[in-house]
Write a protein that binds this ligand. Structure first.
Ligand code: SF4
Length: 517
């Protein structure tokens, strides 16, 4: 198994810890429910307790023997030290995992039908039932949902099932409350880390890349994970068959007149057609594009902005946007529907006071600061203001994104301030504990790649190339490119509104356009 991911958060609790390992030699290994052993507990000189534990152990061993004799699967996957190697017990384990996800969304007859079809067993998850089967909740893996649904993705589940049912894959039970190690951990093995969330309750969606053969998972919080099952050591995807994220310019209208605007937007330019954007949303959903970043111009001033957000949300795509306008946050009839449909937004700030204004509006309206972030364009703020903005963002717990300066549009005529000092300031503020959640865009990462690596930031935490997992669509002029700031020669015409009617013809679909970048 090859995982290409970053785990968020630390394990701070004691818990059951089930492991998947790949054993080199499985001869002589059988299912085993090594129940609680009385040597686990020190009862001092208490004969009564020792006797009682002895009787419990004997009873459990008899039950286990009876189950093994009847060739029944293991059903309890709790804190105990178990070994699961038979197909029957593995299917039981997978069945419980699947049942836990299905029960939240479907009535019993529906989820039982799916269990029969997908795993061939219907485990009882009622604790009152003699046949009760369970996985301790701290070890229960969450399953990704199908795109735009709340139900587990069948293709992913089938692949996971095929992987786990391999003969040399063994599931080991145990917990991290004791010093004991499951004996099979001492044999020659490789870990088969399947880094899915452990609470079983996270909602995230999955997409299989049919061309490059790996899975992408996406959480609404924005967390993303790419993983593959059974790929050779060293495999790491460098491109997707279709973008995971699409940047969309929905208008060229903007009243703010920034003299470094790389889009060259002005108050006399127009908006993209809302119906055509609806067509684009449906087309992107066919390719399971996880999220879009709507920009302009000033997107919040598109006359049908809320409809546009809705058109993405209703097909299962999370719409985010960038804005320099805070006026909509003063009007409940505007911000409520916007925040209902949008995943998050980025606010372009020039000063620390701008950050304070944003923080106040979020607080007054009861909007979580995780729904907003601040972005600044490097080269247009002074060193002093840069520090003040970083400090203000950390103070208000608002994420900050630093954008590289783009020398196109009006940016081609603008002479930016030098900003070679930015990494030193970040180091300094980090030492002073005055820095919060900070990210950089691809342009800045590419410009300072070596310096970022020299700081000890691993390369899997940033990208330096556009057009590999994301792309740009100018919905006003109907052009597509690897990024919103690419060289104009890299943009290609893409009249996406025709895709709805012409997919059977030679008109390029999203994956065909994306292949060109
Ligand atoms: S940079 Fe943004 S806010 Fe400024 S003019 Fe351009 S689109 Fe408008």
């Amino acid at each position: 198994v090859k995982i290409h991911n970053v785990r968020l958060g630390l394990a701070c609790n004691s818990s059951s810890s089930h492991s998947l390992i790949i054993l080199e030699d499985i001869s002589g290994i059988k299912d085993d429910e090594a129940y609680t052993r009385n040597d686990q507990y020190d009862h001092g000189g208490d004969d009564f307790l020792r006797d009682m534990m002895q009787r419990i152990r004997e009873k459990e061993e008899q039950e286990q023997q009876a189950r093994i004799d009847s060739n029944g699967p293991i059903k309890e996957f709790g804190w105990n030290y178990f070994t699961v190697i038979s197909q029957q017990s593995k299917l039981q384990y997978l069945g419980v995992m699947l049942a836990e996800c299905l029960q939240r969304e479907l009535p019993e007859n529906f989820y039982n039908a799916i269990l029969r079809e997908w795993v061939g067993v219907v485990p009882s998850t009622e604790s009152s039932d003699d046949n009760w089967s369970y996985i301790d909740h701290q070890s229960l893996m969450g399953l990704p949902c199908g795109f735009g649904t709340k139900l587990p993705d069948q293709e992913f589940f089938e692949e996971l099932k095929t992987y786990i049912l391999q003969e040399n894959i063994v599931i080991l039970g145990g917990n991290d409350n004791e010093d004991r190690v499951h004996p099979l951990h001492l044999q020659k093995h490789r870990p088969a880390n399947i880094d899915l969330p452990r609470d079983g309750r996270s909602h995230f969606v999955a997409r299989k890349d049919p061309k490059y053969n790996y899975w992408s998972m996406f959480w609404e919080t924005g967390a993303k994970l790419r993983m593959s099952l059974g790929q050779p050591e060293g495999f790491s995807p460098t491109k997707a068959y279709a973008p995971e994220l699409v940047d969309i310019k929905i208008n060229d209208y903007c009243p703010f007149g920034c003299n470094f605007c790389y889009q060259g937007s002005t108050p006399d330019k127009g908006h993209a057609d809302v119906h055509e954007i609806g067509t684009l949303a449906r087309h992107l959903a066919k390719y399971k594009v996880f999220e879009v970043a709507l920009g302009g111009g000033e997107p919040t001033l598109h006359p049908q902005f809320v409809e546009i957000l809705e058109s993405f949300r209703k097909v299962g795509i999370i719409p985010n946007f960038t804005t320099k306008n805070l006026a909509w946050l003063n009007d409940v009839t505007q911000w409520r529907p916007i925040m209902d449909y949008a995943g998050a937004f980025a606010y372009s700030a020039d000063t620390a006071e701008d950050v304070e204004k944003l923080a106040s509006l979020l607080k007054v309206n009861g909007i979580s600061s995780t729904k907003a972030s601040v972005q600044i364009v490097m080269g247009v703020v002074s060193q002093w203001e840069f520090k003040a903005i970083i400090t203000a963002c950390a103070f208000y717990s608002i994420r900050l994104t630093l954008l590289g300066f783009k020398r196109i549009g009006r940016g081609a005529e603008f002479e930016p301030n030098g900003y070679t000092w930015w990494l030193n300031i970040i180091q300094q503020l980090r030492k002073e504990n005055k820095i919060g959640n900070l990210s950089v865009d691809t342009a800045l990462a590419a410009e300072y790649e070596q310096e970022i690596l020299d700081m000890g930031i691993p390369d899997y935490l940033f990208h330096t190339q556009e057009g590999k997992f994301s792309m740009y669509v100018d919905a006003v002029t109907k052009m597509a490119g690897p990024s919103s700031y690419c060289d104009p020669s890299e943009m290609i015409p893409w009249d996406f509104k025709k895709t709805e009617y012409l997919e059977s013809s030679n008109y390029p679909t999203l994956d065909q356009v994306f292949e060109k970048f």
